[in-house]
Write a protein that binds this ligand. Structure first.
Ligand code: NAD
Ligand code: UDP
Length: 328
């Protein structure tokens, strides 16, 4: 093992963000253990890493204790799309809370550094805009998003209690909407929905009037923020916002996707989901000052890469369907 090589655990490693993180860590020469229960993640996301002796994948649910030996832990396990985290809300809360307890317990035993993938959802439907880390949020504790929002808030509480009570080396990052290749085509989040709909020529489903805002970060930039946060001095615990502070309405995103795909899809309106935040945009001055981090990928460039990914995926699926039909 090289001196600088670390054994790193990535929970949720077969998911969208997790698979990109595993790829980056393996590329840096680390020994990576990817743990996932494949609820929303896919083996295909990490299939290209399996031949690498520095990569290993393990099926495991983080609501159960895990006994492995590592030096760093990135805790990403948790469905992130509203459709998926509301599918089994009790399991979502368990994943965030029991998952955090199990991973923190593991980190404590190993004296490992541990990073929590928290979320802008801890701010709920924010009344302060853009959102700095000091803002305490406006979360509905009994609504359909609460399983995710409150689960993640409780996980943050646990991280900071382990920090104060057990001097654990923690990092908490609050991730704002991130997109890119390897999102699941049925993920349900806005970027993948719009791109898949546009490429198929299906109607683009705009929830509400589309004036609600988000700020979209490309996955490579976000992963770079993760790695910088983990490498930062131990007094930099976060919580630290990571996201792209370029805010736009969801209707503007639909226009951009239609423009970049050259699609003839039309926009149809669907009801705005309950408690859907009206506006969201990160204040990233902390990440900029303490990690020297800011997103570098322009939205149009990131969208083009993501469109190219889904275009390839959809044509591969078409080929499979055609081959199956021909064989029948
Ligand atoms: P994702 O759904 O693609 O990945 C989540 C992964 O966790 C999946 O591989 C899933 O199978 C796995 N998982 C779920 N429950 C598990 C369990 N009990 N045990 C083990 N594995 C489990 O979503 P993502 O976008 O890659 O999100 C990764 C993390 O980042 C999540 O914790 C999410 O809350 C956080 N996050 C993401 C975003 C974003 O915009 N992508 C924004 C805020 C926070
Ligand atoms: N949205 C939409 N059409 C879709 C999916 C989502 O208009 O097909 C909207 C959704 O109502 C929200 C925004 O896009 O206002 C972002 O939704 P997403 O599920 O991606 O993530 P969120 O930021 O709400 O967690």
């Amino acid at each position: 093992m090289r001196n600088s090589q670390k054994r790193v655990l990535v929970t949720g490693g077969a998911g969208f963000l997790g698979s990109h993180l595993c790829e980056r860590l393996v590329a840096e020469g680390h020994n990576v253990l990817c743990v996932d229960n494949y609820f929303t993640g896919r083996k295909e996301n990490v299939a290209h890493l399996l031949d690498d002796p520095n990569f290993e994948a393990m099926r495991h649910d983080v609501t159960h204790p895990l006994f492995v030996e590592v030096e760093e832990i990135y805790n990403l396990a948790c469905p992130a799309s509203p459709v998926h985290y509301q599918h089994d809300p009790v399991q979502t809360t368990k994943t965030s809370v029991l998952g955090a307890i199990n991973m923190l317990g593991l980190a404590k035993r190993l004296k490992a550094k541990i990073l929590q993938a928290s979320t802008s959802e801890v701010y709920g439907d924010p009344l302060m805009h853009p959102q700095p880390e000091a803002y305490r949020g406006n979360v509905n504790p009994i609504g359909p998003r609460a399983c995710y929002d409150e689960g993640k808030r409780c996980a943050e509480t646990l991280f900071f209690d382990y920090y104060r009570q057990h001097s654990l080396r923690i990092r908490v990052v609050r991730i704002f909407n991130t997109y890119g290749p390897r999102m699941h085509p049925n993920d349900g989040r806005v970027v993948s929905n719009f791109i898949v709909q546009a490429l198929k020529g299906d109607p683009i489903t705009l929830y509400g009037d589309g004036s609600q805002t988000r700020a979209f970060c490309y996955v490579d930039d976000l992963v770079d923020g993760f790695v910088r946060m983990m490498a930062a001095p131990d007094d930099i615990t976060g919580p630290m916002n990571l996201g792209n502070p370029v805010e736009m309405s969801v209707a503007e995103l639909a226009e951009a996707v239609i423009d970049l795909t050259g699609s003839r899809s039309r926009v149809v309106h669907r009801p705005l989901p309950v408690d859907d935040p009206i506006q969201r945009c990160p204040d990233i001055s902390q990440a900029s000052a303490l990690l020297n981090w800011k997103p570098r990928t322009q939205l149009r460039v990131g969208l083009q890469r993501t469109i190219a990914y889904f275009d390839r995926l959809l044509s591969e699926n078409d080929d499979i369907e055609r081959a199956t039909a021909a064989a029948e």
